[in-house]
Design a protein. Structure first.
Length: 277
């Protein structure tokens, strides 16, 4: 088996990832929310407040990515978040960034440092690293987590449960509808991806229905699990449409604070979202 060549950014000679062209849209929504929430963040930063304001990623990548099929290299979400926080006048007091690949974590740490910042970086499976991150952050601070895994299997529900134990944890979660649509039969097997992503779904969802109805019912069950933790997914969640007019992913915003919900909805383009499937 021939190993895939490692791509480097000619500007800094560090490793880059590879993303689809729609990644920029995800990043734009992240950037807008960080800008809109600057006032809330300021209340937790010295000298006005205490506890700090942290930014968390458990699937951070290398900090720069090549758009598939092009020569264009863009900032990754963690770099976008760092720059957005600084531009808002109220930067994050801490950044906790992790990736399964040590090369990605190392490259990202170097890139944040080159921008004049600092980050605590981790290497490992998100389901393990999440405990390290939760032990490191101030439980009285304000926290924003951006969870952008490549597939549903990489986001066990236990990660969301553990992160939402902190009082002020806002979360933007990427749900791969593309993965759910393409692999529903495989993922729905006993012990498969859906059992990891949303434990107990078989007891609540009728599997003897159309494929589209099953997918929609499964997602609704997952949302209900989140609501049971005391927080609520924002309404008007954007759906991103690919080149062939298929649903690619879904950004879900979670916050127990009504202000967070309002800010998220304010920065979204909520028109023409259509049905989930």
């Amino acid at each position: 088996m021939v190993k895939k060549a490692v791509k480097l950014d000619p500007d800094d000679e560090l490793i880059v990832g590879e993303v689809g062209p729609w990644a920029s849209e995800k990043h734009d929504r992240l950037r807008k929310y960080i800008q809109a929430s600057r006032g809330a963040r300021a209340k937790f930063l010295p000298p006005a407040g205490r506890g700090g304001a942290s930014y968390i990623e458990l699937y951070s990548g290398a900090g720069r990515s090549l758009i598939t099929g092009t020569n264009q290299i863009i900032d990754g979400s963690a770099v976008v978040a760092f720059n957005a926080g600084r531009a808002s006048g109220h930067p994050f007091s801490e950044m906790h960034l992790s990736d399964l690949d040590a090369r990605n974590s190392s490259a990202l740490a170097q890139r944040i440092k080159a921008l004049g910042g600092a980050a605590t970086t981790y290497v490992g499976d998100a389901n393990v690293v999440v405990d390290q991150v939760m032990n490191a952050i101030n439980p009285y601070g304000l926290h924003l987590a951006f969870l952008d895994p490549f597939s549903l299997a990489q986001l066990p529900f236990s990660i969301i449960e553990r992160m939402l134990r902190v009082q002020r944890m806002d979360m933007i979660i990427h749900v791969s509808l593309q993965d759910l649509q393409r692999n529903l039969d495989k993922h729905s097997r006993v012990g498969g991806t859906l059992d990891i992503f949303a434990p107990g779904w078989r007891d609540a969802v009728d599997v003897n229905q159309s494929t589209a109805a099953l997918r929609a019912a499964f997602i609704e069950y997952w949302l209900e699990m989140i609501r049971s933790l005391g927080t609520h997914p924002a309404t008007g969640i954007p759906l991103i449409v690919g080149e062939k007019n298929q649903r690619l992913y879904w950004l879900v915003f979670l916050s127990s604070n009504p202000l967070g919900q309002k800010l998220w909805n304010d920065v979204q383009n909520l028109s023409g979202q259509g049905s989930l499937f």
